[in-house]
Design a protein around this ligand. Structure first.
Ligand code: 8YV
Length: 324
């Protein structure tokens, strides 16, 4: 008998067919407390789950006693309690490589959009405000040759450094848990402590996962250390930045602008003060959202689940220790 799998994200037909060839698959709309109780029988039998979004913690695992593998269509896995998975011997698979360039492109788009006031200017044109040659109240700030500060030098940070160094002649500063030799050799990136990064960066780009250590890493004190002309970009996870402190800093002009793809609460509530500020570019978590990359992520997630449930895991595993 084929193992039972609960799918909580729609897949392209060809990938769904691959999954069906290996497993008995039942698709549900999403992974929420409601669907969990609604489909309790399915989860009780499930050996695998595949999807994105939704909390997978100790309480979930109690309801899925036969679970052996979870495959997330994302690089981030902050909605999984990895300790609880380890205790239950559940393998967690993710998609860390396929989205790197796409997310770095999104970050660069936010850098350009905020600095050059792209969204705001386009809105003003649409509103009929372009009536003659533009005055300096339309001007933005340069990107090229400015200091690019990268907080978190993983795959995405490295791809951002490459764009900034070769494409925009930007000196690269970075802070990470440890030195990144490749970034230093290829892009002349300078390692510095967080304080120096905050003080020196013209663009502070956050590319960190959400963990207990990174939650609210950037708060009121950190924002106060930044240059008044600096721009904050976050495309990692919203709660790395204390959003209330960021709103205050933008209101007080402590920093120049913010480009945000992620928020403490998603979708961003429509009454968020961030949406009233022209110096904020807010995107709906589109970091990896291109047709090509989302297909690639789904494909990796399908292959990851097949590998995990057939005991042939070679890559993309968050907790390989449970395989031993
Ligand atoms: C999407 C992401 O949010 O990969 C991640 O960690 O944040 C994004 O790519 C999403 O999870 C795609 O399903």
């Amino acid at each position: 008998m084929k193992p039972s799998v609960v799918l909580y994200k729609a897949l392209p037909d060809d990938l769904r067919a691959r999954l069906d060839a290996h497993f008995t698959v039942t698709e549900i709309s999403a992974l929420t407390p409601e669907t969990l109780s609604q489909h309790a029988d399915l989860f009780r039998e499930a050996e695998g789950i595949l999807g994105s979004g939704g909390k997978v913690d100790g309480a979930f695992l109690e309801k899925a006693p036969k679970l052996r593998a979870a495959s997330t269509v994302s690089v981030g896995f902050d909605n999984f309690d990895v300790d609880a998975l380890n205790n239950c011997g559940v393998v967690l698979m993710h998609t860390p490589t396929v989205l790197t360039d796409t997310v770095a492109d999104t970050m660069m788009a936010l850098v350009l959009a905020t600095a050059r006031r792209v969204v705001e200017s386009a809105d003003r044109v649409r509103a009929g405000e372009w009536q003659g040659s533009i005055s300096d109240d339309w001007f933005g700030i340069d990107v090229h040759h400015k200091k690019m500060g990268i907080l978190g030098m993983g795959r995405i940070g490295l791809a951002l450094a490459q764009r900034a160094h070769f494409g925009f002649n930007m000196p690269i500063l970075y802070n990470a848990r440890k030195h990144h030799e490749e970034a230093e050799q290829r892009f002349d990136a300078q390692y510095c402590d967080l304080d120096t990064l905050l003080k020196e960066s013209d663009f502070l780009c956050i590319s960190l996962p959400l963990t207990n250590q990174t939650h609210h890493l950037i708060g009121r004190e950190e924002l106060a250390k930044m240059k008044r002309s600096a721009v904050l970009i976050n495309a990692g996870r919203g709660p790395v930045v204390d959003e209330e402190a960021l709103i205050a800093a933008l209101k007080d002009r402590t920093i120049y602008a913010a480009g945000l793809d992620v928020f403490e609460k998603e979708p961003l509530p429509v009454d968020s003060p961030l949406l009233t500020m022209p110096q904020v570019v807010a995107l709906p978590h589109i970091g990896s959202a291109t047709h090509e990359t989302r297909y690639g992520m789904a494909k990796d997630a399908v292959e990851n689940l097949i590998a995990a449930l057939t005991g042939k895991v070679e890559k993309n595993c968050v907790n390989p220790q449970v395989l031993k």
